[in-house]
Write a protein that binds this ligand. Structure first.
Ligand code: GUN
Length: 293
């Protein structure tokens, strides 16, 4: 059994990006610039955005953080998005989700110029991804692909069960795992809250990608010997023994499932660190105008 070390791989990828940025800048090129919009003070979002800014520094990128209070109007936010679309110095930008209820996330996403949509959330990027065209691929699915690649994990012809059908993880992951490519070429099943035979599907899976946000849902008796387990769960479960007051908990009961697996990602330290690195990779592509001119 191999524990997939997302932290180590993410460190390697950041070093690779930093080396390429140093070359670009030494050759007189432009330093990639990522902007992030953060609305309000949600604890999770604050942490994610702070980590994104820190990763930009590690990669040698310029970063700009734009903050609004919870009561920002939709029009104010959309105006800022349009301003960033038009700003030639900004190569790519993100609007951290979730947004307050009075703002339409979909409207915001669709107002972002798809050529700067390094989150890969715009319908043009989602559509292009689904038919295998060059695009920005959203961070979590792309981070998982990178882990499968770096650990040389075979996916062709394998039965891959995805738990969860979110627009950010489950749906794009399903598209990517069925793509004519490696990683990909898998037989994909997506299970969700209305699936009737979820446990049986899991028992037959060569690869399980758990992204439903239910702590410790996947148990040892749901997993076949030698399976590959990717745990996307990051639920904050209260834990008085932690300084933060919570324990980041995955969708997989790691201690009992791990001994049965060929490969497994831990939480934390598996998929999580790769998500931010994927955003950095997209920002580098944006800086190089590698996908869209
Ligand atoms: N909220 C949770 N994950 C993400 C992400 O990948 N991008 C953005 N913009 N918001 C998020």
């Amino acid at each position: 059994m191999t524990i997939i070390d997302g932290k180590a791989i993410s460190g390697q990828v950041k070093q690779e990006i930093a080396a390429e940025v140093a070359q670009i800048v030494a050759a007189g090129g432009k330093r990639p610039h990522l902007a992030a919009i953060l609305v309000g003070h949600d604890g999770g979002s604050e942490t994610y955005v702070a980590n994104k800014v820190k990763a930009c520094e590690e990669c040698g990128f310029k970063s700009t953080l734009i903050r609004y209070e919870d009561d920002v109007t939709e029009e104010e936010l959309l105006d800022k998005v349009r301003q960033l679309n038009a700003d030639d110095d900004v190569d790519g930008f993100i609007v951290q989700l979730p947004l307050p209820k009075h703002i339409s996330e979909q409207k915001v996403i669709e107002t972002i110029d798809y050529r700067k949509d390094v989150d890969g959330f715009h319908p043009i990027n989602v559509g292009r991804m689904s038919i295998g065209l060059p695009c920005y691929i959203s961070a979590t699915p792309n981070g998982i692909l990178e882990l499968l690649r770096r650990y040389n994990i075979e996916t062709q012809g394998k039965k891959c069960v995805i738990l969860g059908r979110s627009n950010i993880v489950g749906k794009p992951m399903a598209m990517l795992m069925m793509q004519k490519a490696w990683p990909g070429d898998a037989t994909v099943t997506v299970c969700h809250s209305h699936s009737k035979n979820l446990v049986q599907e899991c028992k037959e899976a060569d690869i399980i990608i758990a992204a439903m946000g239910q702590p410790n849902f996947v148990k040892a008796d749901m997993v076949k010997d030698g399976a590959v387990i990717v745990d996307v769960g990051t639920t904050r479960v209260p834990d008085a023994s932690k300084k933060s007051g919570f324990k980041l908990t995955g969708d997989v009961k790691f201690d009992e499932v791990a001994p049965k697996c060929s490969f497994i990602t831990p939480v934390p330290g598996g998929v999580g660190p790769m998500t931010i690195v994927s955003l950095m990779k997209n920002t580098l592509l944006a800086g190089k105008k590698a996908i869209y001119k």
